[in-house]
Design a protein. Structure first.
Length: 426
């Protein structure tokens, strides 16, 4: 499942210098990004209309990109502006362009219907511009489905196990954390408090803690304003008011995760780690190196998951509705019916409930809702649910969405929110 009408991070702004090209694949579409000599960013399909040569192999000359094969030129909107030795340029020579926005040192791309692209809704990353914060960017090509990455970020109970040597901590403290999940059908917010915790190594290095700390983790996921998970975390000396907003005596970090599908089984995982620790203290560099190791641990885990899923793609996860029910439409997990749904142009069900106090199921509902909105407005690519007129004309009933909200807060698998997907056409 891909959500086309949404903003994705295509690259870091620093990755694309003036006069340079960058070829990447997003949502199974080959795209060339380039910066004109005037500094503007453009994104076109990475295929010359003449003989299918990748434009990313070409050259930027002023405000146009020139194909390296026969010299055909295109402007930043995909309009063919020159064919050597030919005065007449047919409209068929034009190539598709994608809306792009440069904001907060990020390049955002819209892969869906261009008329629906609204730059004003793109999520902010204020830490990238605030001198009180120090930050570092990373780009991991991960051989795993993009939804696995989002699940991993929202399921923070994996932290003491996968990240035992970095940001982990005591498993019991994680599982017994004061956890609150807020879900309004579009946005998922996960709030976790771990008072009087033994600080992990990375916290001791960054905050200089000598004793126990009050830790917090706040995660926000709202696919409608950018396929991004924003994590705010940190710690203060225990009992000094961290949960009342008094956090000046500790340290804070922001981890921005930008997840962009490349194919069904590979993803662009761009992320930034930001901290308020003074740069001159040397702490940010230590913290950044430790978080590089942390996300590398995630990468290894995600790719191992994907390999096993590829071995048995029809096999359900334990704890999903497939374990509780066997109805034809509602009983499938979020992954085991991927091929069948792709053939029917249906979105995936909104249920992937894990056996813990996590936000995975509301995350699915948020993505499902966004996928339905994508379908309602008309997907722009073959294979999108917008190609199905029955789906395109449907809206999710507010009552069903409310039921999904209530049901998805339970991990039991027989999610009452399933009427949303059970109502899908057969």
């Amino acid at each position: 499942m891909f959500i086309y009408n949404a903003w994705y991070v295509a690259a870091f702004a620093a990755d694309i210098e003036a006069g340079k090209t960058l070829g990447r694949k997003y949502l199974n579409k080959a795209v060339v990004l380039f910066r004109t000599e005037s500094g503007e960013i453009a994104a076109l399909e990475d295929r010359c209309s003449h003989r299918a040569m990748p434009l990313s192999s070409g050259h930027v000359d002023g405000d146009v990109i020139r194909c390296c094969y026969h010299g055909v030129e295109f402007d930043g909107k995909g309009t063919c502006t020159r064919i050597p030795n030919q005065a007449r340029i047919p409209a068929a020579a034009n190539v598709r362009h994608y809306p792009v926005v440069e904001k907060d040192h990020l390049i955002w791309i819209w892969m869906g219907e261009p008329a629906l692209a609204d730059p004003s809704i793109i999520v902010d990353s204020p830490e990238h511009n605030d001198p009180a914060w120090t930050w570092r960017p990373y780009n991991f090509p991960v051989k795993a489905n993009w939804q696995l990455i989002i699940d991993n970020i929202m399921d923070l109970t994996h932290v003491p196990y996968i990240h035992a040597r970095t940001i982990g901590g005591n498993p019991e403290q994680h599982y017994n954390a004061d956890t609150k999940v807020e879900f309004d059908g579009r946005k998922v917010t996960l709030l976790r408090k771990m008072p009087n915790s033994i600080p992990p190594k990375s916290y001791i290095d960054a905050g200089g803690f000598k004793g126990r700390v009050d830790r917090w983790q706040e995660v926000r996921f709202e696919p409608g304003i950018g396929m991004t998970c924003r994590v705010n975390a940190g710690g203060c000396d225990a009992g000094t008011g961290a949960y009342e907003g008094k956090r000046d005596n500790g340290f804070m970090l922001a981890n921005n995760h930008f997840i962009t599908p490349e194919t069904e089984t590979t993803s662009h995982y761009l992320w930034t780690i930001c901290t308020t620790a003074p740069k001159e203290s040397g702490v940010p560099d230590v913290l950044f190196d430790q978080f590089f190791d942390t996300i590398t641990e995630d990468e290894v885990t995600l790719e191992a998951q994907q390999r096993r899923i590829d071995d048995e793609p029809e096999r359900a996860f334990v704890g999903t509705p497939a374990m509780a029910r066997s109805t034809r439409r509602g009983g499938c997990s979020a992954r085991c019916r991927k091929r069948r749904m792709a053939a029917r142009s249906l979105p995936e069900p909104p249920c992937l409930a894990y056996i813990s106090n996590i936000a995975a199921c509301p995350v699915r509902c948020a993505m499902l809702y966004r996928h339905h909105e994508d379908a309602r407005t008309g997907g722009s690519d073959r294979g999108s649910s917008g190609d199905n007129p029955r789906l395109s004309a449907r809206r999710i009933d507010p009552g069903a969405r409310a039921a999904a909200q209530d049901g998805c807060r339970l991990w039991g698998g027989a999610c009452p929110g399933d009427p949303v997907c059970a109502s899908a056409p057969a």
